[in-house]
Design a protein around this ligand. Sequence first.
Ligand code: TRP
Length: 455
Amino acid sequence: MSKKASWVSRFSFYLLAVGSACGLGNIWRFPYVIGENGGGAFLLLYIFLAFTVGLSILVAELILGRSGEFSLLKITKLVSLQAKKPFYWFGRLSILINVVILAYYSVISGWVLHYLTQFIVGIVNENRIAYISSINMEALKNSGSLQFSLASVHLLICGFVVAKGVIERFEKIFAQALPILAVLFIVLIIRSFSLDSTSDVMRFLFYPDFSKLNLSSLGRALGHVFFTLSLGMGIMVTYGTYFKNDEHLPSVGFRVTTIDTIVSIMALLMVFPIAFLSDSNHYFTDPGILFESLPRLFVKIQYGEFFGFLFFLCLWLAAVNASIGLLETLIANFSDKFHKISRNQSTFMTITGVLLLMIFPAFSGTLFSKFKWFNQSFMENLDSLLINYLLPISGLGIIVIFFHLLNETERKEKFIDATGKNSQAMYRHWIWILKWFSPVLIGLAILLQFVNLFR
Ligand code: TRP
């Protein structure tokens, strides 16, 4: 058994994969993407894409990981040499996206830290209710340096966990935080559902109005599928190397996708009843929808300040977990490329690079507020370019690499479960989706979004 495999039990394998998938993408990003795209119809489209394109690529990434224990950069290099084609560009693209996503993700994690500290102040404050009601995004929106500082604190803590090799200890803490987050989540949903807005929310979320979809909906739904399942960057390739050989990877992929989808829908049920109570609709499309609505929910709950603190603490731990996955992949690739430098040095250099990049998302609302393209702010453009265009393109690269690296026999052998009778039929469907359906949809999504931009 490899060194890596020995330290993780089966439970930790799942914790890694599910932990990397479930994060700010589900709880912070999903509600506003759904709000922006009109609710029910978009939600259906999203679920359909998650279980076709998303799941098929997730399984491909896990299988790639098991077949070689390589990082994506190494795999693409290998395939380039074999096929004598410049496939290594896919590897480079994935690294580039990885760095930028980590920078962007750190800034949002900084927002979580801000709320965490606000609720700590709320606990000790004399007039607790008045204090919680006043918690909002204003301070963050008006100060790029506050966003930058919080994001730096987040990144440095992640760097510390990675460099000091205390990931295992962090995983243990995270494993304990998860049940707390789950219980809190359920309590909050129940409370949220006792509000007057429930029937409107149910109609908005579960009664699909297809006229709300437009040319860019496909790309947005697909982009979010990639983001929330952590696809397109070889993260799941790394986790694939951790799974034991008797684990049936298609089932792993299915479970991860299911859990991730359930968590995302729970986030909608928590956020929208509150958002619907407000007079204006601007919240729905605002990236701050989670942060604007939650304090208004906690005010309505006894010991709300304490629950608020717990919620943001668990959310932040989830963000740390996802960030560590991104950081680890970067450092592993960095060390692969430059053999001579130590792990600490490569951690240091990676963190410095990400810190510099973070300037852009952190100051997007202040220093860079004049930079607007296509009627969107700097941050929105960055988000869209990364998630709706580059991640799916990188996913396409993974499909190409997958078919070049493994031949028919190897693919079958790694997919089919020795005991499962249905695997054979499932295998054929999976290959069809991976080879034809996904590339066509990715191409179409990018094309339609592009057309929509210039309409
Ligand atoms: N999936 C995570 C979330 O939903 C974010 C994330 C972690 C990610 N690692 C990733 C996204 C790799 C893309 C690629 O919060």
